[in-house]
Design a binder for this molecule. Sequence first.
Ligand SMILES: Cc1c2[nH]c(c1CCC(=O)O)Cc1[nH]c(c(CCC(=O)O)c1C)Cc1[nH]c(c(CCC(=O)O)c1C)Cc1[nH]c(c(C)c1CCC(=O)O)C2
Length: 369
Amino acid sequence: MEKNDHILPKDFPELKNDTFLRAARGEEVEHVPVWCMRQAGRYLPEFREFRAGKDFFQTCRSPEDCCELTLQPLRRFPFDAAIIFSDILVVPQALGMDVQMLAGKGPTFPEPLKEPDDLQRLRKKVDVASELGYVFRAITLTRHKLEGKVPLIGFSGAPWTLMSYMIEGGGSTTHSKAKRWLYRHPEASHVLLKRLTDIIVEYLVGQVKAGAQALQVFESHAGCLGPVEFKEFALPYLKDIACRVKDGLKEEGLDNIPMVVFAKDGHYALEDLSQSHYEVVGLDWTIDPRAARNRTGGKVSLQGNMDPCALYATKECISEIVKSMVEAFGTRGYIANLGHGLYPDMDPESVGAFVEAVHAHSRRLLNHK
Ligand SMILES: Cc1c2[nH]c(c1CCC(=O)O)Cc1[nH]c(c(CCC(=O)O)c1C)Cc1[nH]c(c(CCC(=O)O)c1C)Cc1[nH]c(c(C)c1CCC(=O)O)C2
């Protein structure tokens, strides 16, 4: 038996700070909650030290390592949520694809999908509990070790974003190989997107069963689609995921949890996203907060969206930018975050200044009401 295998997804410590969950549901808060995408990452010296010499996906497969890396940023900063250390590409791995993380190159698939026939290479039946059980065990362990400090967020990549990685074989600026499928092989594209959706639904329900208290779906490659393609190849699957996860939780006798959809550079889809059954819509920095509030009509909470590069500014400057951002979004139904993940060269002190500024400015605004 592995260490910690006896730890079960029950008798979790009582949650002490539920600000993130309340903001996600649009309820009253004492301060605006804040967390950062990629808060467990290479900008932290302790992260680099811990990961040194270890294979990335090997780390993802160790519940103890994932737990440690998830907790690291919370020891430094008063974030209002933790996000489990993992990666969106564990889902293509579960489908039988080889994915490696190469230093300086990022994620790489040695044998990407080239033509629709290659779909035959994918596992016909994916046993999510056994292929991705290591993520569930990481979540359960971390939820216990968090000691109720803040809620734990689980996540998955969205179908289109995963499909594009599986075809491109890695990062890409144009995503032209994956988009070629949409225009040339629309039926095969839908077959793949549907298969991914089925697995993602089971994966996300499994994460909540394991102890995740909120879920974020990353549609990181929304920006290379136009509104028409997004409506056909991304939005229906995002909606399906939200609805089926919620139904799945009900069937399992679990409480509903807030879900966040983050479609990076998907500004054209904001209205649709606000009606896609997610409680929260995540925004990148290209969207004006007041315009986002108008366009989403108070139907959802919003999350975001400071330009991560603003963290290169001085502390005073960061504070001013945060002040305007919090005033523009308002303190209700708002979760502060960056518009995308932290970069490895960012100064942890600036991250601390960001978190502090969100708490201070929002407390001031709330006290003056
Ligand atoms: C596109 C994507 C990936 N992975 C993820 C996305 C969606 C979010 C986004 O839009 O950025 C999701 C992800 N990846 C990671 C997390 C952990 C939680 C957190 O946000 O702190 C999350 C939520 C850890 C990670 N995932 C990765 C790292 C850095 C690599 C390392 O630690 O060695 C971390 C901390 C690697 C990764 N994994 C991926 C990329 C493009 C890279 C960067 C490659 C590089 O720059 O070398 C795929």
